[in-house]
Ligand binder design. Structure first.
Ligand code: P5A
Length: 444
């Protein structure tokens, strides 16, 4: 893709209305455009990145046996009246009337709708467990939408729902998502820590928020630093391994402020390991038993012939919020350098030819290199403008493509100037470059 043809409307300066770096960068590079308060259009760069995040989220859901569905954004109020949440949800719910005067709403979450789908089709314990998910826009009429797509009104969420017959089986499902979340965030090159959390309007008594550290985050957290050394490496998908994984994390005190207890914190965590800081909630999982299945009558036949209400959990990831969260974690705003993890980068590599009006040879060379890279599945963007090198580099530093090849008139033979963004350049040949990038891509 030539940069002259790409729809990347870069601004010269940081927009003054943006208070945090992710919001600044997203507007500056033209990843999003606000259409009204808390509602955004996604432009090619932002959309590309979000779609790559979505793909990773989807792959990790599929790996634990969750099945993808797609529920609508608009729901009927009936099912929310059945569960008892229609009144409770309050002003955050966008309520709509259709031409027949029927009460509809733009879904803020889907516990009711998925329970309705489940109860109409699943009748026996033999079909359990069921893990269903979808990736769909949500609307919450936030009182103060802020920080761009971090806390907005319309946002893109992956929400999954589990159905089981016993508490024990339901916790097995819960733990599968616990693992899937750790793996998903790791593939996005984020360290997201599971923290015991409140359940708010979703309900239940077991819940973890997955939080990445960021000064600009809205969640206050209290944690034991040692939790950052843990990972899910080697965890298998059986009951015992998953339980051990969760226990391994729960051994270290780690909570959001609603769950904070000063005495407990000071008793369980030595002074040197205490960390009180802020973070961004990128995922949230809940176990709430029969909170929805009971009032909505979602039951199945049990082996002994009796019936019981299914035990449910729900599991959310803020797919659109993750775009901002990765920026908060990776953008060096002092030097104005962004580096997207290769797993979600809008392009793998940028080609920066030093182009002179009357000489097309450098651009020709860039095109040849590009052809070779494309053959190897490496996606590139070519800066075909006639700007000088330093402004081209500055622009690419904002766009955040992780690797660069710089081609000058002097470039001859096989050696190319290759650079990982923000680092020193080195001279290597194209096949080595291809090898490095392919390796990085397959690691993920
Ligand atoms: C779990 C899935 C739920 O809604 N029901 C279905 C449960 N959980 S949640 O914590 O309320 O939301 C899940 C994730 O969605 C993101 N998120 C937001 N992103 C941007 N703007 C918002 N206003 C917003 N609200 C929630 C968060 O990442 C959250 O963890």
């Amino acid at each position: 893709m030539y940069i002259s043809k790409a729809f990347i409307p870069i601004l010269k300066n940081n927009p003054s209305e943006a208070k945090i770096k992710s919001h600044q960068l997203m507007l500056r590079v033209g990843m999003i455009k606000q259409s009204s308060a808390g509602i955004y259009s996604w432009l090619p760069m932002g959309f590309k990145i979000m779609k790559k995040i979505e793909k990773i989220v989807r792959e990790e859901q599929n790996k634990i046996g969750a099945q993808e569905i797609l529920m609508p954004t608009i729901q009927s109020s009936e099912i929310w009246k059945e569960s008892g949440r229609y009144e409770d949800y309050g002003e955050e719910m966008l309520r709509i009337k259709d031409r027949q005067n029927r009460e509809m709403l733009y879904g803020p979450t889907n516990e009711e709708l998925v329970t309705d789908i489940f109860r109409s089709s699943v009748k026996s314990y033999k079909s359990l467990p069921q893990l269903l998910y979808h990736i769909q826009w949500k609307f919450r009429d936030e009182i103060r939408p802020r920080f761009g797509i971090m806390r907005c009104r319309e946002f893109y969420m992956k929400d999954a729902y589990s159905f089981d017959i016993t508490d024990e089986e339901a916790l097995f499902s819960y733990n599968k998502f616990f693992l899937a979340y750790l793996k998903t965030f790791k593939r996005l090159d984020l360290t997201a820590i599971p923290m015991a959390a409140d359940t708010g309007p979703i309900g239940g008594n077991l819940s973890h928020e997955f939080i990445i550290l960021a000064e600009t985050g809205e969640s206050k957290i209290y944690t034991d630093k040692r939790i950052f050394d843990l990972d899910s490496e080697g965890t298998k998908l059986d009951k015992k391994s998953l339980e051990e994984l969760r226990k391994k994390y729960e051994k270290f005190y780690s909570v959001t402020d609603e769950k904070f207890n000063k005495n407990e914190f000071e008793k369980k965590v030595s002074e040197t390991n205490r960390l009180k800081t802020k973070g961004i909630e990128v995922g949230h999982i809940f176990y709430f038993g029969d909170k929805y299945s009971k009032p909505m009558g979602a039951s199945v036949d049990l082996p002994e012939g009796k019936k019981d209400f299914v035990k449910m959990g729900s599991y959310g990831i803020g797919v659109s919020r993750l775009v901002g969260a990765i920026i908060e974690a990776k953008y060096d705003d002092k030097n104005e350098v962004m580096k997207w993890p290769i797993s979600v980068a809008p392009y793998d590599l940028s080609i920066i030819p030093m182009i002179n009006k009357n000489d097309t040879s450098v651009l020709k060379k860039a095109n040849q290199i590009n052809l070779e890279l494309e053959k190897n599945g490496i996606e590139t963007i070519i800066d075909d403008t006639e700007e000088n090198l330093s402004s081209k580099i500055k622009k690419m530093n904002l766009i955040g493509v992780p690797y660069q090849i710089i081609i000058g008139k002097q470039t001859d033979g096989d050696l190319l100037e290759f650079k990982e963004i923000g680092k020193e350049a080195k001279k290597i040949n194209l096949s080595e470059i291809i090898k490095i990038i392919k390796e990085q891509k397959t690691k993920n």
